[in-house]
Design a protein. Structure first.
Length: 339
């Protein structure tokens, strides 16, 4: 079987979907090109003096790494000029970014985390770019307003991530399943390597930073205890794995099954992860692959953000594992209601 490039895959999808446009395919092409450029810089990071922090703090209150800034600039520069977007939002930027009138504008909105897990760059651990694509609501024109951007994850027309590691992978869904593409450096193309990716119904790995244990709420502590003592249907005990880069932990979960958890805590009662640029796009992928994504009390994709950088707890992965956590939260809520 001949290798299928991501461009060929997108063009085939466009032919099968009447509402798909060349504008959308062009958007993904430029996004993929940006990923290739970021990958090239990451591969040479130790040789180009672009490791470490800039000394600045971003809108999230996090230390900015040099590669955060580089990845953000690459995406902003290229995507503003792609002709398919009317607005963008980056984890590294406080405000909504409207495409300048000097460039052609399209009907799509891009939300992205330019380099998730960037603090791991210094120790050569996987990092990634997470992205979400929304369509501007029909009937709107002129300058994009924030209300047009604050859409629930159900409205996403595509989502995915580019994982930079031993190999560079693009994992993408346009609403018709999840497909993985691996960058072949010899030809400079992403080739279809993981068609129709599916999360196992139940896994045997839980992923959470247990160093935050004392700050979690009671349902989160009970949920982790449950995984400590639980076994899968074939008698396999759960193991703990935690990379500390959301995109890397999710990628393992997507392939092997299990659950990734970032519960609320007393310092971040609304959760730490960003709803629009992290949780929603990964939830879209999880559901397209047969998994689930929840904030403990409800479906992530139904959450309507109240601001650009809204945060959320996240429990994501195999359906049975996420349901186990939701059942624990539901029981605690029920008990509280009767007290």
């Amino acid at each position: 079987m001949a290798d299928i490039t991501v461009t060929e895959h997108l063009l085939l999808h466009q032919k099968r979907t009447p509402q798909a446009t060349g504008q959308f395919t062009g958007l993904l092409y430029d996004l993929i090109l940006s990923g290739k450029s970021i990958s090239r810089r990451i591969n040479k990071a130790g040789l180009l003096d672009i490791l470490g922090g800039t000394g600045e703090v971003n809108v999230q209150g996090e230390n900015v790494q040099k590669l955060d800034t580089i990845a953000n600039r690459i995406l902003l520069y290229r995507m503003e000029r792609c002709g398919a977007l009317c607005a963008m939002s980056s984890e590294e930027e406080a405000e909504l970014i409207r495409v300048s009138p000097e460039f052609p504008r399209g009907d799509y909105i891009l939300i992205f985390d330019p380099l998730d897990g960037s603090s791991n760059i210094d120790v050569n651990i996987n990092v990634g770019t997470i992205f979400s694509i929304l369509r501007r609501p029909e009937g709107h024109s002129g300058e994009v307003t924030l209300d047009e951007v604050l859409q629930p994850g159900l409205k996403q027309v595509a989502a995915g991530y580019i994982l930079y590691g031993p190999s560079t992978m693009l994992v993408l869904s346009t609403g018709q399943g999840v497909h993985g593409f691996t960058l072949d450096p010899g030809v400079g193309e992403f080739l279809l390597s993981h068609p129709n990716m599916c999360i196992p119904k139940q896994g045997s790995i839980y992923s959470v930073n247990e160093g935050n244990w004392k700050n979690w709420d009671a349902p989160a502590r009970e949920a982790v205890n449950w995984f400590h003592g639980c076994e899968t249907s074939d008698g396999t005990p759960y193991s703990s794995r935690y990379v500390g880069a959301l995109v890397a932990d999710f990628h393992r979960t997507l392939i092997n099954g299990g659950i990734y958890m970032y519960p609320p805590n007393i310092h971040k009662p609304n959760g730490k992860l960003r709803l629009m640029c992290e949780a929603a796009p990964l939830a879209f992928l999880a559901e397209q692959a047969g998994g689930k994504a929840s904030d403990g009390r409800g479906r992530i994709l139904e959450r309507v953000p109240d601001r650009l950088h809204a945060r959320t707890p996240l429990f994501i992965g195999s359906a049975k594992d996420v349901e186990a956590v939701e059942n624990i939260y539901a029981r605690h809520a029920s008990q509280a209601a009767f007290q």
